[in-house]
Write a protein that binds this ligand. Sequence first.
Ligand code: CP3
Length: 343
Amino acid sequence: MTLRASKPLLATLQGTRQPVPPVWLMRQAGRYLPEYRALRAEKGGFLALAMDSESAAEITLQPIRRFGMDGAILFSDILVVPMALGQKLWFETGEGPRLAPTVTARDVLDGFDADSSVLEPIYGTIRRVKASLDPQTTFLGFAGSPWTVATYMIAGQGSREQAEARRLAYRDEGLMQALVDRIADQTISYLRAQAEAGVEAVQLFDSWAGSLSPAQFERWVIAPNARIAAAVRDLVPVIGFPKGAGGKLAAYARETGVDAIGLDETVDPAWANTVLPEGLPVQGNLDPLALITGGAVLDSAIDRILAAFPERPHVFNLGHGILPDTPIAHVEQLLARVRGTAS
Ligand code: CP3
């Protein structure tokens, strides 16, 4: 008889394949859960929730209580790092994040008044979750990657094809480098502090890695992520998630030195298995829309992903965040299918 690893997700990220792949879902705490919507209505808005340690800890634990995922992910946002760098952040209802003033010139960046104490409530959330998490569940922290965070700092909001940031990167490489360096430095101390407060692994979200040309990808994605990974890996394993990297995935894996790599839903998992370094743990990559569809479509999409990694350590996840209109019964179906407990 084999004993179940006490933390199957952490063991997988450390390179040991588990008989049953551990599962968690990006954005697993959020609007598809009625208990999240209730707390959000009571407390008045997303950022207020994320900056209130007690509420954020409760929300982090909601999907663990309901579904028993193998990983709990800190409830926060990637845009708290610009806040610590001195930019103002707010969320427009029904629209998304806004940041001001936008980074358009060197003097804007130099005028920011950095204050990393704004991140203190987040460490408070981590200590609370840590104190009440069951011993089988792995606790994940995260940050945005410098390029993705920079796209919001430059445009002041989500932007079509990240055009403002890509233009700035061509027009003023020096400013782009200064911005990316500043985000990377803050991210390193932020992730190290998350680990010291109690997270057991971290994910670097590079949601907009896919919009860059190959040379830009090397400079603005691979180089800063390699620096962050090297500065954090002595404390906790690092999952890199270069969404949209496509054919640049293997170079990202080799050159950044991340401990595990997240695949988005556009990547063929069987192809990824042939091009990624042997033994490198992978995470992914169910299409969030297959999860919404459910039924036989969902079952076969899950089976195809499971079959693609016959030997490699694999963490089951979505290829991107769960969508607000996802039926709860389909999340239950997913967990039963991956764990082989479906009736
Ligand atoms: O995975 C998790 O559950 C952890 C928490 C988490 C959130 N955002 C909570 C959140 C994480 C890891 C993120 C990452 C994030 N945030 C990214 C990178 C990953 C991705 O999704 O591509 C980006 C680009 C952001 C910035 C951001 N935050 C946007 C663009 C939005 C608005 C879009 C939306 O879905 O409403 C947010 C808000 C946000 N962050 C919500 C949640 C649960 C929605 C909050 C709400 O309206 O109640």
